[in-house]
Design a protein around this ligand. Structure first.
Ligand code: GAR
Length: 207
């Protein structure tokens, strides 16, 4: 059984999707053993506690820079013996001291179809605002491995979602979460835990 550590910063609806998927057996050969939050007030912490999952809080603002924060995260991941790290609405970019040690063992869910509307500065509602500003008719979500460049690691799964003419960033975010993120994130976690993701020429190939 692989140990899954989930990193969060906010509401934690993706964490909830993972918890539900573990309970219903959608996630095979994996169990969420710890939730780490960069934000002491994140509702995700309550979701973890309600489900008997251990939590750690590492407030981003208590660390001077990204490197010292990333070292603290690395230390916590090692203490938890994480097999898989899931960034589920985690709003801090991790330094390469983490991404190198956990290469192909960290996955992230991004609320757009990478390579659109991604990279530094594209997070949360900003992603959906950018998609609406551009006028795309289709957006969606991407689950990918995390490497040293923001949102640039090998893509594991993607799912497209229609954009409606009267969408606001909030309505688009909700539709993308419901129709894409909450489905493909647990699916990708389950594939990882069953050793069904191969890396071939830098690309993720599902067995
Ligand atoms: C989700 O839409 C997630 O894809 C996004 O933040 C939201 C977190 O919601 N993540 C990013 O933008 C990271 N670049 P949640 O806390 O309810 O899961």
């Amino acid at each position: 059984m692989k140990k899954i550590v989930v990193l969060v910063s906010g509401g934690g609806t993706n964490l909830q999707a993972l918890i539900d998927a573990e309970k219903s057996g959608i996630i095979k050969n994996g169990s969420i053993t710890c939730v780490i939050s960069s934000n002491p007030k994140a509702y995700a912490l309550e979701r973890a506690a309600k489900n008997g999952i251990g939590t750690r809080v590492l407030p981003r603002r208590e660390y001077a820079d990204s490197l010292s924060y990333s070292k603290a995260i690395l230390n916590a991941l090692n203490e938890e013996n994480a097999d898989l790290v899931v960034l589920a609405g985690f709003m801090t970019i991790l330094d390469e001291c983490v991404t190198k040690e956990y290469a192909y063992r960290i996955i992230n869910v991004h609320p757009a179809l990478i390579p659109s509307f991604c990279g530094e500065g594209f997070y949360g509602l900003r992603v959906h605002q950018a998609a609406l500003d551009y006028g795309v008719k289709i957006s969606g979500a991407t689950v990918h491995f995390v490497n040293e460049k923001a949102d640039a690691g090998a893509i594991i799964l993607q799912k497209a979602v229609e954009v409606m003419a009267d969408d606001t960033p909030q309505t688009l975010q909700k539709r993308i979460m419901e129709q894409a993120e909450w489905k493909i994130l647990p699916e990708a976690v389950s594939l990882f835990c069953q050793d069904r993701i191969n890396i071939v020429d830098g690309k993720a190939v599902i067995k």
